[in-house]
Design a protein around this ligand. Structure first.
Ligand code: UDP
Ligand code: MG
Length: 313
């Protein structure tokens, strides 16, 4: 009998947890030929999420939990889940039912019946619920990172996916601190089959993401999967050197031919401001990579567990 582990990161989701489990029960009944492990990761919630999870764990043997000492973020929750999950197949799902559990049956069928498929992921092709600005920036992000990075980022891909043990082990072996899962999932390779769906509304609670957090997340993705911005900074430097060389030659010739009239103060100031801006911009890019390197070399743990009812196998 196959075992499927379901990893569910939860951050202040006291209302969603019981609703999620109810939906999950229906799926488990339908998929009676599979053993389930429902692994909730309490990511430092300050509401009653942990209480709700413990209540479920008391009543149902398949419910396991790991509770962090504070909020470490969804990326940390996902790797913690992968570290502890013992299933032959492992799925990651949001608790707010935006990743519909009923899709699991179809996903499992695909992965089970095709030995060359290692992962079944869900993606959305409609961003109708996004405002114009968010749609624009989302498209820009995928275009930019698509051009810059060798790792493929699939537009609209969710974290909701069912993976084989082999793929899970590959992801666990990547222990970087600054995690950007969308990239890590494709970095490890393996064959992914994509199912398309329309993301339903959140069933309870509210999202922790806002526009600025999303921008920062997109920027993290670029920093984690390409060093092209550093090349661009170097390229800008070369271009400006060339331009200034030409300008110097033009000025020397002009002075020799027409004398040296002392003017051009405003243009000089503009050029100085412009070049200082470019220099700061390029230093900022280097700084961004340096700060990521700094957090990486400290080798702090990605997450810290406070309580759990499951052991690593
Ligand atoms: N989440 C988490 N830690 C966080 C933020 C979110 O574990 O710091 C969980 C959250 O409980 C949910 C999932 O990650 O199960 C997705 O979060 P959310 O619904 O806010 O994101 P969205 O669906 O809007 O992208
Ligand atoms: Mg959500």
């Amino acid at each position: 009998m196959d075992k499927i582990s379901i990893i569910i990161p939860c951050y202040n989701e006291e209302d969603s947890i019981p609703l999620f489990y109810k939906e999950m029960t229906k799926v488990m009944k339908k998929m009676f030929n599979v053993k389930f492990e429902i692994l909730f990761i309490n990511d430092g919630s300050f509401d009653n999420s942990l209480k709700e999870i413990k209540k479920l764990a008391k009543e149902h043997d398949e419910v396991k939990y790991i509770s962090f000492s504070r909020n470490f973020g969804k990326e940390a929750a996902m790797i913690a889940g992968l570290d502890y999950a013992s299933g032959d197949y492992v799925a990651i799902m949001d608790v707010d039912l935006q990743d519909p559990p009923e899709k699991l049956e179809e996903m499992y069928k695909i992965i089970k019946n095709n030995s060359d498929i290692d992962c079944v992921g869900l993606k959305t092709n409609s961003h109708d619920d996004y405002g114009f600005i968010r749609k624009f920036f989302t498209n820009c992000f995928y275009k930019i990172i698509g051009k810059m990075s060798k790792t493929e980022m699939v537009p609209g891909a969710r974290d909701f996916r069912l993976m084989t043990r082999q793929m899970v082990d590959a992801i666990i072996s990547l222990r970087e601190y600054n995690r950007y899962s969308k990239g890590l999932f494709s970095f490890v390779g393996f064959n992914t089959e994509w199912l398309t769906y329309k993301i339903p509304e959140r069933k309870a609670g509210k999202t922790t993401w806002n526009f600025f957090k999303l921008c920062a997340y997109a920027f993290d993705g670029i920093l984690a999967f390409t060093t092209t911005p550093l090349t661009i900074a170097a390229f800008i430097g070369v271009i400006f050197c060339l331009v200034s060389l030409i300008a110097i030659i033009v000025i020397i010739i002009k002075t020799l031919l027409f004398g040296d009239p002392v003017d051009g103060w405003p243009s000089l100031v503009c050029i100085m401001f412009f070049l200082s801006g470019i220099q700061l911009f390029c230093t900022g890019i280097i700084g961004a990579y340096l700060s990521k390197t700094y957090t990486e070399v400290k080798k702090r743990p990605i997450y810290i567990v406070k309580e759990k009812n499951i052991e690593k196998v």
